[in-house]
Design a protein around this ligand. Structure first.
Ligand code: APR
Length: 313
């Protein structure tokens, strides 16, 4: 008899709640929605609301709210949104002082209760937080990934589709590098039903789309006063689904690099294959000279923020 998968969601805020809803909707597995003791009732309330939604929609999953790490024992997947989101005017890097101790605390507890889980980190600044998570847990590199490229790629795909006047279904877009303002929209790998995007849109329109993609999170932040949560949650669910269902999806994710793209001992957004083995491999795609230069610039930014974390050991 196969046993239902268990998905731990660390952080029951905006993204955590939406993650729980999507896990239930797709019946990916039973959900444990975890938050700090002062927010335990929020986690419990969201869990109960969602279980009642499941009763309406005919979804057979259990959703439990908790602040007890023991309830995460043996989880197959953990998705980490613990921390604070940006406020208008803040960069993701501005969050490091608050979110660094939080990710360290989460990693130490996750190591104790669910060391075999596939971990998907969302907390910002993403590339540094996922690095810290792996450093503290000591988890195998294939079991730790950061969510950024799928989200940034969805923003790029949307803007291309709108500008080209085509369905989003026909656009494939790739964004690599760190999850910051110098992320790398890879236009050479972005297509409209296979046609290079440069053949469909003018250089001026593409330049504007690149800028809007890079500031995509900030645009929503300025409108809502807090970070986006629908698309970030869907992006992480794509990763969790690929793992739980052994889909072998090729997705841009923050992965541990050991020589690929010329980088070592760093997490950064690259194309990876996610299947039942977690990050089964990093895929090296050809980049133009300009794209590789942008990736190197982005890599330097990631290294500098990781260095800030190292100094606060
Ligand atoms: N353990 C578990 N949960 C924690 C901890 C901790 N040590 N510290 C904080 N949290 C919880 C908060 O109590 C809150 O409920 O994390 C939750 C974060 O939820 P929101 O404030 O709604 O933030 P959200 O929009 O979900 O973003 C979370 O993801 O995209 C990133 O920049 C974003 O870092 C932020 C994170």
């Amino acid at each position: 008899m196969s046993v239902r998968k268990r998905i731990g969601l660390i952080g029951a805020g905006n993204i955590g709640g939406e993650l729980a809803r999507l896990c239930a909707e797709e019946e990916l597995g039973d959900v444990v929605l975890f938050d700090v003791p002062s927010r335990e009732n929020l986690a419990k309330g969201k869990a109960l609301d969602l279980e009642q939604d499941c009763a309406l929609r005919g979804r057979d999953v259990s959703i439990q709210g908790t602040s007890n790490w023991r309830d995460l024992e043996g989880a197959d997947v953990v998705v980490i949104t613990a921390g604070v989101p940006r406020k208008p005017g803040q960069s993701r890097d501005d969050l490091v002082a608050t979110n660094l101790p939080i990710i360290r605390n989460v990693a130490a507890n996750a190591k104790a209760v669910c060391p075999g889980a596939f971990a998907i980190v969302i907390s910002n600044p993403l590339d540094a937080m996922v690095y810290e998570y792996r450093r503290v847990t000591g988890a195998p590199r294939n079991l730790v990934a950061g969510m950024a490229g799928i989200l940034d790629g969805s923003r790029l795909a949307l803007f291309v589709a709108r500008e080209a006047g085509v369905s989003v279904k026909d656009v494939r877009a790739m964004v690599l590098g760190g999850h910051g303002d110098d992320m790398v929209p890879v236009l050479s790998m972005t297509t409209v039903h296979g046609a290079p995007v440069a053949a469909v849109l003018s250089p001026e329109k593409l330049a504007a789309i690149v800028v809007r993609t890079r500031k995509g999170g900030g645009e929503i932040l300025a409108l809502m006063g807090t970070s986006a949560y629908f698309a970030p949650a869907s992006s992480a669910i794509a990763m969790a689904r690929a793992y739980l269902r052994d889909e072998k999806r090729l997705l841009p994710c923050a992965a541990y690099l050991d020589g690929q793209y010329g980088y070592r001992d760093i997490f950064m957004g690259v194309p990876v294959v996610i299947g039942g083995g977690g990050i089964e491999r990093v895929v090296e795609i050809p980049l133009t000279f300009e794209e590789k230069s942008m990736l190197d610039k982005s890599g330097e930014s990631v290294k500098s923020i990781v260095e800030v974390c190292r100094r606060t050991l």
